[in-house]
Design a protein around this ligand. Structure first.
Ligand code: RM4
Ligand code: MN
Ligand code: MN
Length: 426
């Protein structure tokens, strides 16, 4: 299914006058405070987030997977789904492939399809947390960290294959997330596991094309429950430093123990020029992979405050690879992703409203009350008219969820694809 500009235009009519009214009010208020509305809207338009190829179908838990009708059963269909998201939101202009779940069969067809929908190929993700059909070696006891050289070599080779695939599509970064670790004390020698991982990553890094980045993701636990080799930002930072200038840490919002101050991690990694990528989701307990902004929107805003600060003040840090990393167990995956995209833009817009000069002055005066006020004034502003403006400027929808429903997207997909399709992924 492809949504045309005309269909979106038509569906916007019902909201236009209400939008105009709210936009005028907000832009007057913000202009009085010295904000440049056009610049804000432009920044929002330029902020594009990649959709992972594994998140377009229904997600599963340890206890089951309830399928969602009409889900994509091929990479082509996944890209078409992202095309729908991008047409409506104008902020999902990239796909992040998970290999081997989504190896292109015909590169030129896939590239043509993606470019016809204005979708770029962002970071490619390797997968050494599952055994692949007919694989010689098993990752049951780890991949890059495994005590067996043959297993490590297979895992290294897989990452090189992923780089190759990405290269053919125009990707410029490789994301490595390892499930390696141990579930019981004594199972692993921590030092051996770490050293093996470091050496394996260096082997991959050696083959990384010059204009590529290697993004090293961390996570404290799961699927291993006693120890994870790359458990936290410090470990990922150490490994990235050890590999070299093209290696960076990647922060996934769900990969922290409860109450971790993620914004502080973001801030320090950017200061050190080592934050390379970002996975958005939300969580209450662990790596819940819920809709972005659904549980802790204020924390998301504080994280964006540091991202905006870093983008403005840390030229030593590269442009980041942004991706949504969520799983959709009960909602329609496309509706869920629309909500996530909106939450990301909202947090970004609010962070852009923070008066950095005033905040700095208040910090220097140790005026704690004013510091909090400055942040919360920005947070309490209803910025949604700015997001709407950014979307309609690019031909997107004023109300993407509503348009998705009135345009009958899911039913059309079910008609095209059938009910009991299965998408590759978790
Ligand atoms: C992991 C991690 C990776 C993601 C996989 C599916 O927890 O977040 O980024 O690709 O899940
Ligand atoms: Mn992730
Ligand atoms: Mn995760």
């Amino acid at each position: 299914m492809k949504i045309s500009k005309e269909q979106i235009k038509d569906s916007n009519q019902a909201y236009q006058s209400d939008h105009d009214e709210r936009f005028d009010f907000l832009s007057n208020q913000l202009s009085k405070k010295g904000h440049n509305i056009d610049k804000l809207v432009e920044k929002l338009s330029n902020f594009q987030v990649a959709i992972p190829s594994w998140a377009l179908g229904a997600g599963g838990t340890r206890f089951g997977r309830f399928s969602f009708y009409g889900q994509p059963s091929s990479l082509e269909q996944k890209i078409e789904d992202i095309g729908v998201l991008h047409a409506l939101t104008q902020t999902a202009g990239a796909v992040s492939l998970h290999i081997p779940w989504d190896v292109p069969k015909d590169y030129s067809t896939i590239k043509e399809l993606a470019s016809s929908l204005n979708i770029k190929f962002d970071a490619v993700n390797s997968n050494t947390f599952q055994d692949q059909k007919n694989a010689k070696e098993s990752y049951k006891y780890g991949s890059l960290s495994n005590t067996s050289k043959a297993v490590r070599e297979q895992a290294i080779q897989h990452n090189l294959d992923v780089i190759n695939i990405g290269n053919k599509l125009g990707s410029k970064s490789l994301t490595v997330w390892l499930a390696d670790g141990s579930s019981f004390p004594g199972q692993n020698n921590f030092q051996t596991a770490f050293s093996n991982t470091q050496d394996s990553l260096k082997e991959i890094y050696k083959e990384l094309p010059n204009d590529w980045k290697m993004l090293i993701e961390y996570k404290p636990y799961e699927p291993n429950f006693y120890s994870t080799v790359i458990q936290d930002w410090g470990t990922s930072f150490m490994l990235a430093n050890e590999c070299g200038d093209k290696a960076f840490s990647l922060v996934d919002l769900g990969h922290h123990l409860p109450n971790t101050n993620i914004e502080q991690i973001v801030s320090i990694l950017m200061l050190k020029g080592k934050l390379g990528g970002f996975h958005f989701n939300d969580s209450k307990y662990g790596d819940d992979d819920l809709t972005v902004g659904s549980i802790k929107p204020y924390a998301l805003f504080l994280i964006f405050n540091e991202l905006v600060y870093g983008i403005q003040n840390n030229p030593q840090n590269p442009d980041l690879a942004w991706m949504i990393d969520a799983s959709h167990n009960v909602k329609d995956p496309l509706e869920d992703l629309i909500q996530s995209l909106e939450a990301i833009q909202e947090a970004y817009a609010k962070a852009l409203l923070i008066d950095q000069e005033k905040l700095k002055a208040a910090q220097l005066n140790n005026d704690v009350t004013l510091c909090q006020d400055i942040l919360q004034n920005a947070y309490r502003t209803d910025v949604r008219p700015l997001l709407e403006k950014a979307r309609i400027n690019n031909g997107g929808s004023l109300n993407p969820i509503d348009a998705y429903r009135t345009l009958n997207v899911r039913n059309t997909l079910i008609k095209e694809r059938g009910k009991h399709t299965i998408a590759t992924g978790l």
